[in-house]
Design a protein around this ligand. Structure first.
Ligand SMILES: *Cc1c(COP(=O)(O)O)cnc(C)c1O
Length: 377
């Protein structure tokens, strides 16, 4: 059985990216694997990270995501960034998950947990989860009274990529929070605020970072000092070639009209596979190293491309995301064209796109050889 669309996950690149992040920050790395590891496949990515010595914890968004990893045999600590809801207590216990705590309701739930520690989150400017700083005396009283083990304190940057002033203010606030705990006699093993974009800021008092985007190979800003490689490449096929006559119109609503006779191809990748419909008439794929422009509206399962000057046979692979020779389409290129962020494009690569894990150094040309060398998710 072959696939019409598939993604290749290159663990060697993931490994390189982790090493680069580590040599840049020299702190504990918490790998963020929420949202199916940003579309890469949380189970397979986490199985690999579970054995990677640079990764000290895994972060998911929900208890259910944590359950999936435990069921797959993952043994490292799992931090649930989205916190804990009352109906999830048994899940946290059964699957040994550590919650991020954002208010006193959640803090009271913790006494029913048999987990070995919680991370307390502070809101220093994101205005999403987290306690405000003025709760500090009450938090300290509460955790001392109930004997709750605070394994970590944390905060989160909303705009480390674009707002230096706010980010530096947040670091200052978070440092005051840290010092408050210190002065109350707490020894907290993990102090963390930095995400990928936040790594460029100096946070000497912090000893861990929570990184997602960079591990998967996208820079948070164009001039980011750590260069990383895209871990996931996304592919499909030319399933049909045909000719257009001058004046023919292509796809739903006929938004492209041929200004000359031309050759086109139907590619087995549409918006149900995760291709933004925004790319209609403006994006392109790579076929045999050449740019094949998208013609007309992207459809649910297929997209039509211009094959003018492209030497290709039916059945040949098409690169949706990835590198071919000196040309590359990155998640950030697609995101820019659609006025969104690479995170969204990664997460949108759908379940229909079969994931293959690439373990060794296997040539891209030989899909078959590649598949025999890989394990499927
Ligand atoms: C998703 C997330 C991260 C990771 O952010 P990246 O920009 O992908 O590095 C870190 N911390 C929290 C709280 C998150 O929700």
């Amino acid at each position: 059985m072959d696939y019409r669309s598939w993604a290749e996950i290159d663990l060697e690149k993931l490994d390189k990216n982790i090493k680069k992040v580590f040599s840049y920050v020299d702190k504990d790395i918490f790998a963020v694997v929420k949202a199916d590891a940003y579309g890469h496949g949380a189970v397979e990515i986490s199985r690999y990270l579970d054995k990677n010595p640079y990764i000290s914890k895994l972060c998911v968004a929900t208890a259910e995501e944590g359950r999936e990893l435990r069921d797959a045999g993952i043994s490292k600590d799992i931090l649930v960034l989205g916190g804990i809801l009352p109906e999830e207590i048994s899940y946290f216990n059964k699957y040994n998950l550590k919650p991020v705590i954002s208010d006193f309701k959640q803090l009271s739930l913790v006494s029913e947990l048999n987990c070995k520690g919680v991370h307390i989150k502070f809101d220093t400017g994101m205005h999403r989860l987290g306690f405000y700083k003025d709760s500090l005396p009450d938090i300290v009283r509460f955790v001392k009274e109930k004997g709750i083990y605070v394994e970590g304190i944390m905060s989160h940057f909303p705009s480390a990529d674009i707002d230096r002033k706010l980010t530096e203010y947040q670091i200052k606030e978070f440092k005051e929070i840290y010092i408050f705990f210190l002065e109350k006699g707490f020894k907290i093993p993990f102090i963390h605020i930095q995400n990928s974009a936040g790594l460029v800021y100096k946070c000497d008092f912090c000893n861990a970072v929570r990184v997602g985007l960079l591990l998967y190979g996208e820079k948070p800003t164009d001039n980011f000092p750590v260069s990383v490689e895209t871990v996931m490449s996304v592919k499909a096929k030319v399933i049909l070639k045909k000719k257009l006559k001058k004046g023919d119109r292509v796809s739903y609503c006929g938004t492209f009209e041929a200004s000359k006779d031309m050759e086109i191809g139907v590619v087995s990748f549409g918006y149900a596979d995760g291709l933004p419909r925004d790319l209609s008439n403006k994006g392109y794929f790579l076929i045999n190293g050449k740019k094949a422009k998208i013609l007309g509206n992207v459809t649910m399962d297929m997209t039509i491309v211009d094959l003018t000057d492209i030497d290709v046979k039916e059945g040949d692979p098409v690169l949706i995301i990835g590198k071919d020779g000196y040309r590359e389409i990155r998640f950030s290129d697609v995101a820019r064209a659609c006025n969104t962020i690479p995170y969204e494009i990664m997460c949108r690569i759908s379940k229909r796109v079969k994931r293959f894990i690439k373990k060794g150094n296997v040539s891209d040309e030989r899909e078959k050889a590649f598949k025999e060398n890989s394990i499927s998710v």
